[in-house]
Design a protein around this ligand. Structure first.
Ligand code: FES
Ligand code: FES
Length: 154
């Protein structure tokens, strides 16, 4: 059946079974590959995207349930030439090693800063508790989010 989604401000229609996870459509049909498949069971956060401003695991979100929602992936936050302050801060703090978790981290951080522009370190850690990083760059990630928070609301 046809599924129409609004992703990064664009409405696009694809043919998909109703239970198809949003992540599969984002990656396979829309070629938006920032969100990653990690566990497929809502356990790692690599697939996190914003749905109406909330950080959501797209691997367990049937696309049909978000046809009326505003979906934002990392590609919708910024670009290499115009990075979002969070993206710039992650680069400045060298917060990525392999980078596999980073899109999910950035999306969760965006949802947090939209709600709490100047979070404490503890609030950042709590907001990102569901985003796993096997490389162990957690301290740099917290520093990067604090850096972006400062820049965005001095
Ligand atoms: S791939 Fe979705 S939470 Fe791990
Ligand atoms: S930077 Fe490698 S998993 Fe986080």
């Amino acid at each position: 059946m046809a599924v129409t989604l609004t992703v990064n401000g664009q409405r696009r229609t694809v043919a998909a079974a109703p239970e198809t996870p949003l992540l599969y459509i984002l990656r396979n049909d829309f070629e938006l590959n920032a969100a990653k498949f990690g566990c497929g069971m809502a356990q790692c956060g690599a697939c996190t995207v914003l749905i109406d401003g909330k950080a959501v695991r797209s691997c367990v979100t049937p696309a049909m349930t978000v046809v009326d929602a505003k979906i934002t992936t990392l590609e919708g936050l910024g670009s290499a030439s115009h990075p979002h302050p969070l993206q710039k801060a992650f680069i400045d703090e060298q917060a990525a090693q392999c980078g596999y978790c980073i899109a999910g981290m950035l999306i969760s951080a965006k949802a947090l800063l939209d709600e709490r522009p100047r979070p404490t370190d503890a609030e950042i850690r709590q907001a990102l508790v569901g985003n796993l990083c096997r490389c162990g760059t957690h301290n740099r990630i917290v520093r990067a989010i604090q850096r972006a928070a400062k820049e965005m609301s001095p």
